[in-house]
Design a protein around this ligand. Structure first.
Ligand SMILES: *Cc1c(COP(=O)(O)O)cnc(C)c1O
Length: 394
């Protein structure tokens, strides 16, 4: 018995996943951040990346990363509080804070780490955290690790949140946390209503701007666009999506950020970001500040595609951003549609339950600002042909 438990466990679990069609594999493709990926000897237009502004591959971004490596080497060498500090990190933090118009910002290893460390640091036995049901997995994990009481409110439902806040009126340490842009539907959180509730109830508001940073609010995020600010608001922004680099930052009041610097375990006990990532991130932030229209052009492009899809009678749900789902229903249909588009030179993932609710399997198109008119024409033609082809599918 003993010695064979784990090998058998792995085999059995993997076979089970395979049988249920849930086995995940790293896709067989190369150059996955580029506008065109290479796959199976061909090239596919990449509508599957979070490199929303196309910054990840520009000569300017590459040069910034290379310069940082020349100057500071390939590793920070330690946690920031020990000796991993270097001046480029301070610069990134002050420019990230300027981007968000907050007093301070803290750079951390990834968006996942940022959410976990901030919720763990702010929560605890005496805290209650109110969380949108469709919040990102890193938020769910952070809440669990914090040991806080958790109240999940119905997706984007401020009335339900109000009800739950009312129920906890006597509690002091209240935190409301939400994605600002939700990645499976491309819909937006009702931030104004949520922020008003937080003010009324004295709750701290934590906004995950992973998909909004660089896109909404002249690149400053959806909170900025909607005027949500103040010392009771903390922002998490990722550097690995629209900003074309790697890592994340948490922005807010000087005291809040300093508190995280002192208590955030994922900051204290983790090696500081490497120079290549920080150099690129700084260039990404600067690119967005220099051209605030990058994001709005992307949003216009997405609105155009949604109108086209509506004309074909495709359901794009509540999408209001660069992420455009094409909701098809059955898993089988979504998979066939994905393969159909691949045959037409387009990479678009099929997202299925349990990632999305049952019977809402979909294609998820992630647009990017560097798409050319020809790319968009290719996309529209392929989707029109898909509609045509689908009428023959049973
Ligand atoms: C991608 C993402 C994260 C995690 O960020 P990484 O930098 O990729 O670790 C957190 N929250 C949301 C909503 C995300 O989409």
């Amino acid at each position: 018995m003993g010695a064979s438990f784990w090998p058998e466990f792995f085999r059995r679990e993997l076979a089970g996943l395979e049988q249920r069609g849930l086995l995940r594999r790293v896709p067989d493709l190369d150059r996955g951040a580029d506008r065109f990926v290479t796959a199976g000897g061909g090239r596919l237009l990449n509508l599957a990346s979070n490199n929303y502004l196309g910054l990840a591959g520009t000569p300017e971004m590459k040069e910034a990363a290379v310069c940082a490596v020349r100057e500071y080497g390939t590793s920070s060498g330690a946690s920031r509080l020990v000796s991993g500090q270097y001046s480029l990190l301070d610069l990134l933090e002050s420019e990230a804070a300027a981007l968000k118009e907050t007093q301070d910002a803290l750079a951390v290893g990834s968006g996942y780490a940022a959410n976990v460390l901030l919720l763990q640091a702010l929560g605890g036995r005496h805290a209650v955290i109110f969380s949108d049901r469709l919040n990102h997995a890193s938020i769910v994990d952070g809440i669990r690790l914090s040991g806080s009481d958790m109240e999940r409110y119905r997706h984007a439902d401020a009335a339900h949140l109000a009800e739950l806040l009312e129920r906890h009126r006597g509690r002091e340490r209240k935190i409301v946390v939400t994605d600002t842009v939700f990645s499976m539907d491309g819909d937006l959180a009702p931030l104004k209503e949520i922020a008003a509730l937080c003010r009324e109830h004295g709750a701290l508001l934590v906004l995950d701007e992973a998909h909004a940073t660089g896109v909404f609010g002249q690149g400053r995020g959806l909170g900025y666009e909607l005027g949500v600010a103040g010392e009771n608001v903390l922002f998490m922004g990722t550097l690995g999506k629209a900003l074309g680099a790697h890592g994340a930052f948490i922005a807010g009041s000087r005291e809040a950020v300093d508190y995280l610097r002192n208590t955030g375990r994922g900051f204290i006990f983790s090696t500081a970001l490497p120079p290549a990532a920080v150099g690129a991130a700084l260039a990404g932030v600067r690119a967005v500040i220099r051209d605030p229209s990058l994001g709005s052009r992307l949003l216009d492009m997405a609105a155009g595609l949604r109108a086209f899809l509506a004309g074909l009678d495709f359901d794009t749900g509540a999408s209001a951003c660069q992420i455009v789902p094409v909701i098809l229903g059955p898993n089988e249909t979504a998979l066939r549609a994905r393969d159909f588009l691949a045959g037409r030179g387009i990479l678009a993932p099929a997202v299925r339950p349990p990632t999305v609710p049952a019977h809402t399997a979909r294609l998820r198109l992630s647009l990017r600002a560097d798409l050319t008119d020809a790319d968009l024409e290719l996309t529209r033609a392929a989707l029109a042909d898909l509609r045509e082809a689908m009428s023959a599918w049973t």
